[in-house]
Design a protein around this ligand. Structure first.
Ligand code: PEP
Ligand code: MG
Length: 566
């Protein structure tokens, strides 16, 4: 038995497939140019065909965006400059094709990796990926083809690259990797494909051989190698229970999020783009409580144009079929960087030039986004919110720019919806404390607990050393949330929460009792949250929340909630 991190929920037992790349050894040999160039052309043609084949098989499961990795590889393989350099080396130095391909690729990789720019570093990764295929084809080595898996399989690997995950088909019943964490690429992919995954499971490669039976418990993060009959039975029962639970929750897809004493709230989903909309609807989301627009900027090599953004927002608004969509304006900075923009050097980027601070200074960027949003507003029910607001002055400035952009569009004869709500994230303690004043200006609040907790506890959310201070149940955090909700309600405003706390089953009873109006979370958490809400009484949760506000510690709060609701 090995322990790892449960990164994508589920339990399965199946045969292992150990993903091992072939070992490529390149030797320099003398070569006859005409023959070597022919060999190279054939191998390159096969490489292009291989990539196209993998892309075609992967296209059944992936979105255009996720397939982009293959387009980048095809572009590289078809690049005349790349092929040209290899052929000239074969001709000029009379060497073998694999040596020339290896040398040219290494030079290009070194050049791209030396550039201080994420975009070029990704291109370096593309070159490595393509030349690896090319060298294997030149040497007649077999590259594992995950798309060819045709029986129930659990993949075991050091890590899965983006092109590996893109190849997973319906026979893949899970994977276990030696490295990685909850937010690593393979974990995010596993969640979106709903494949159980245990990551960061060190020793797994050494312990498993292809053909072994693997019991993958991705609910608790365990990998069992060749489990005995009793263990297999136990895991199968656990899998059945999990499947039953998931199935049972489906009856709630179209149910209202209403307590036993008729208090209704809204359960919404967090999205990063259009491809997440289907998941929100499928899981019964009543809206989008947070559209993190920074992905539009981060997955790009330039600031997205007004037109590009307009299309993206329109698609989401239409996709949500008239349900409310809260779009957060650009929240960049901190750990979120852009390859095409240089941020100032700062000691503490999380406390620095980011989000609304940057948008108020670089108004061109901000105005472009607001124009795109206003233009898209006629395609659905749009709410706009500003991230990282600390002062009322910041909110008023941002709102004034919005008003100006809107007036400009109307003067141009462009239609803009007249019911756009303009609100703000509450993720800085200063805003929570002054919520009753902010609510005179903002139409709504959305509490960002991921940041609110890091700033309240002075604990960097990226640092494992202080992760024990991420304490959503700490009464100090509950009091800040309480102040925010009461402050908003004083002026008749609604309050949502879009930080991770909103989807925690034991936080929902407290938040409900404190009067939170909207809960926004990962799509896969919505039905569980609805089950919790529909099983509780609002009156009783108000008492529970009151009690929690007066406890001493996060542990006491959690114990108390469990004692009441379990
Ligand atoms: C938050 O801070 O809670 C939040 C929802 O925003 P992000 O996680 O994108 O910073
Ligand atoms: Mg935040």
């Amino acid at each position: 038995m090995l322990k790892g991190i449960a990164a994508s929920a589920g339990v399965n037992v199946a045969k292992a497939y150990k993903l091992e790349a072939p070992v490529v050894v390149i030797e320099k040999k003398a070569g006859e140019p005409v023959e070597e160039i022919k060999k190279f052309d054939d191998a390159l043609a096969k490489t292009v065909k291989d990539i196209e084949g993998v892309k075609e098989r992967a296209a059944k499961r992936l979105s255009e965006e996720e397939l982009a990795v293959f387009d980048a590889h095809l572009m590289m393989a078809n690049d005349p400059e790349f092929a040209g350099q290899i052929k000239s080396m074969i001709e000029n130095e009379k060497v073998n094709a694999e040596y020339a391909a290896d040398t040219v690729a290494n030079q290009m990789v070194a050049m791209f990796e030396a550039m201080d720019n994420d975009y070029f570093r990704e291109r370096a990764a593309d070159i490595k990926d393509v030349t690896f295929r090319l060298k294997c084809n030149l040497l007649g080595l077999q590259i594992p083809d995950l798309t060819a898996i045709d029986e129930p399989t659990i993949i075991v690997a050091h890590d899965l690259t983006p092109s590996d995950t893109a190849q997973l088909n319906e026979w893949v019943k899970g994977f276990a990797t030696a490295i990685g964490g909850k937010t690593s690429h393979s974990a995010i992919m596993a969640n979106s494909l709903e494949i159980p995954a245990v990551v960061g499971c060190s020793g797994v490669l050494e312990a498993v051989q292809t053909g072994d039976v693997i019991g993958l418990d991705a609910l608790d993060g365990f990998v069992y190698v060749n489990p005995d009959e009793e263990k297999v039975k136990e895991l199968e029962e656990k899998a059945a229970r999990y499947a039953e639970e998931k199935e049972a929750l489906k009856v709630l897809v179209n149910a209202k999020s209403i307590t036993t004493d008729d208090h209704e709230v809204e359960l919404a989903g967090n999205i990063g783009g259009f491809k997440d909309v289907e998941g929100v609807l499928k899981n019964g989301g009543e809206g989008v409580g947070l559209f993190r627009t920074e992905f539009l900027y981060m997955d790009n090599d330039h600031f997205p144009t007004e037109e590009e953004q307009f299309e993206a927002y329109k698609q989401v608004l239409e996709g949500m079929e008239g349900k409310k969509v809260v779009v957060r304006t650009l929240d960049i900075g901190g750990d979120k960087k852009l390859s095409y923009y240089t941020f100032p050097e700062e000691m503490n980027p999380f406390l620095g030039y980011r989000a609304i601070r940057l948008c108020l200074k670089e108004q061109d960027i901000f105005r472009t986004q607001l124009r795109a949003l206003c233009r898209a507003s006629v395609y659905g029910k749009l709410c706009i919110m500003f991230p990282m607001i600390a002062t009322i002055n910041e909110f008023r400035q941002a709102k004034a720019i919005y008003e100006d952009v809107k007036a400009e569009l109307i003067a141009e004869g462009v239609q803009v919806a007249d019911d756009i709500q303009v609100g703000m994230m509450v993720e800085i303690p200063a805003a929570a404390v002054l919520a009753d004043e902010f609510s005179k200006y903002a139409d709504f609040f959305s509490i960002g607990t991921n940041d609110l907790i890091q700033y309240s506890m002075a604990a960097d959310r990226m640092s494992e050393n202080v992760s024990y201070l991420y304490q959503p149940y700490n009464p100090s955090i509950l009091r800040l949330i309480n102040m925010t909700i009461k402050g908003a309600h004083k002026n008749g405003r609604w309050v949502g929460m879009c930080g991770a706390m909103a989807g925690e089953p034991y936080a929902v009873p407290i938040l409900l009792g404190l009067g939170l109006d909207e809960f926004s979370m990962s799509a896969t958490q919505i039905l569980k949250a609805r089950k919790v809400v529909t099983s509780l009484s609002y009156a009783e949760m108000q008492k529970l929340a009151d009690h929690c506000l007066n406890l001493d510690s996060a542990e006491e709060v959690l114990d108390y909630v469990k004692s009441v609701v379990d």
